[in-house]
Design a protein around this ligand. Structure first.
Ligand code: ADP
Length: 274
């Protein structure tokens, strides 16, 4: 309706405008298709654990006289419930990073605290796999942005590094300042010695719900939304996320973010002064 009204207004103005309008409609149609795909994907992703929970609850009822089986089925129900919780949480995170203006309550944030939080979040998973985590170069670096979103972004990268690595490997986090076109940038690189990513998949891993190996991703509680969130956070902060990877050798994901402004501004936000 709106498009038609606009079309009636601009049509007399010449064919160039009409052409622009057609391009606009094509873009609108593309966005609509992306939205429809997204809803279809979400429905599918929700149905999988819900279906499993339903089957498992039936199995529990049938096995009422076999306590061992009941325990086994209940354990699997717990895994499916966790998967659902993760998915819902990531959907909330995704909608938050897409809708909120991250710079509205932007502040200087220390890289130290972002890294510490990311490591904390993965400590349990890393411990189970005896993966060593080490960080370097993070001292005295500040980025400018939304603390919660930045923590979520870095946390996702470190979580992936742990999830897609075999036991007894190392995950390294290295930060440094680099010169950018519009001022200094802070680079935080997360390196793992994991399964790596093929060139073909590298182009798609930042898409929502894209997973190289859906079965493996599901086993680790993955949703396929993590890197889409990271990419969105990086872009909306005026930064970017890039990947280097070699199959069966490992990957490095690099998050580049604008450095925080004046030192006075930073002093006000120094965590121990809060
Ligand atoms: P997921 O929830 O599946 O981890 P992500 O969006 O975080 O979703 O990642 C998308 C896919 O990219 C993963 O399913 C995995 O196949 C691949 N991937 C992400 N990080 C790594 C990594 N560090 N090493 C190898 N593969 C990775």
């Amino acid at each position: 309706g709106e498009a038609l009204a606009v079309s009636a207004r601009v049509a007399p103005l010449g064919s160039r405008l009409v052409l622009l309008l057609v391009e606009d409609l094509t873009e609108a149609r593309r966005i609509e298709a992306v939205r429809r795909d997204f809803v279809a994907n979400v429905s599918h992703e929700l149905k999988t654990p819900v279906g499993a929970l339903s089957l498992l609850s039936e199995a529990v009822m049938d096995a009422y006289d076999d306590p061992e089986a009941v325990t086994r089925f209940a354990g699997r129900m717990q895994i499916e419930a966790t998967r659902l919780t993760n998915l819902v949480q990531e959907l909330i995170d995704l909608s938050r990073v897409q809708n909120d203006d991250p710079l509205e309550d932007a502040e200087p944030v220390t890289v130290d605290e972002l890294v510490a939080e990311a490591i904390d979040r993965c400590r349990h998973a890393a411990g189970t796999k005896q993966i060593t985590m080490a960080a370097g170069g993070t001292a005295d670096l500040w980025v400018h942005g939304n603390r919660g979103q930045l923590a979520a972004a870095l946390g996702n990268l470190v979580e992936n590094a742990v999830n897609y690595s075999p036991a007894r490997t190392r995950v390294g986090i290295a930060a440094r300042r680099v010169a950018g076109a519009g001022g200094d940038m802070i680079e935080v690189a997360v390196t793992d010695q994991g399964i790596g990513i093929s060139d073909k998949d590298k182009e798609r891993i930042f898409e929502r719900f894209y997973r190289v190996d859906p079965a493996r991703s599901r086993a680790t509680g993955g949703t396929g939304l993590g890197l889409a969130i990271v990419k969105h956070v990086a872009a909306s902060h005026g930064g970017e996320v890039t990947v280097w990877s070699a199959e069966n050798q490992g990957s490095t994901f690099t998050l580049r973010l604008p450095e925080a402004g004046s030192s006075r501004d930073r002093a006000r936000h120094r965590p121990d002064h809060d």
